[in-house]
Ligand binder design. Structure first.
Ligand SMILES: [Zn+2]
Length: 253
């Protein structure tokens, strides 16, 4: 039975989305950096929502401590490259999806090429050096970037749209701050397992809406939430005229 016309029926009737938004999504190509907890949740919803092509970048391997918050993987995947295990699983489940694994640490020029080849980047990495490199590549290539992180009991999301002049990730965080829990992965601070799905789901919802032609919710704003206090809020930030990344760069298509 051909279920294709029915599959995205809830998006077709969704206000400001419709069949046109769904068609845009089907034509879109997304690079996801980091397919751990946050990225693993995001790629499941990007794929199930109907994104046409995914490129998964992660050089890490599946470890037993990952399994409680990374249900994309199971015991069979232990020791495998996450990018390859995730690509295999998504390809088996979503036949419409073109999925490619980049299980490598990319040098800056290879990374810039990977960014230029996609419509949007979702950064779910767990450290500042990677986030700064991804931000610089997206600003250089003029590609929108959604950054999501979960640490301990907290989530953070922001969107960088290099063509908007609203500021980039480096305008928000001027330098690496070793004291910031969002800077060293979750080995030291831990992370509440279900929280990664909150961050990944919010990032995927922002990415899917942007690809369908809607406006960014978190451009020039940082969403921060803490599930212990139940408080979620947003903080505005502006383009820094002295930003070493976006102040001097003329974005190109
Ligand atoms: Zn900047």
């Amino acid at each position: 039975m051909n279920t294709a016309p029915l599959r995205y029926a809830r998006h077709h009737v969704l206000e400001s989305f419709g069949e046109e938004g769904q068609a845009r999504l089907g034509a879109a190509r997304v690079l996801v950096v980091g397919v751990g907890g946050v990225g693993g949740a995001a790629v499941l919803y990007l794929a199930s929502s109907g994104v046409g092509a995914l490129v998964l970048n992660d050089f890490d391997t599946v470890d037993v401590t990952n399994l409680p918050r990374q249900p994309l993987y199971d015991e069979e995947d232990l020791g495998m490259r996450k990018a390859e295990a995730a690509a295999r699983r998504l390809a088996a489940r979503y036949p419409h999806l073109a999925v490619e694994a980049l299980p490598l640490r990319l040098d800056p020029s290879a990374f810039a090429r990977a960014v230029r080849a996609v419509d949007l980047v979702l950064d779910a990495s767990d450290n500042f050096p990677t986030r700064f490199a991804v931000n610089a590549a997206c600003v250089g290539a003029g590609r929108p970037l959604v950054v999501a992180a979960a640490q301990a009991y907290e989530v953070q999301i922001t969107t960088v749209d290099p063509r908007s002049g609203a500021g980039c990730y480096r305008c928000l965080f001027a330098e690496e701050s070793p004291e910031d829990a969002f800077g060293d992965g979750c080995r030291r601070t831990g992370v509440l397992a279900p929280l990664v799905a909150v961050a990944g789901g919010l990032a995927a919802s922002e990415a899917v809406r942007l690809l369908a032609g809607q406006d960014a919710a978190w451009r020039g704003r940082l969403l921060h939430g803490d599930v212990r206090t139940g408080r979620f809020g947003t903080t505005r930030y502006r383009a820094d005229p002295a930003c070493p990344v976006c102040a001097a760069v003329e974005t190109r298509g």
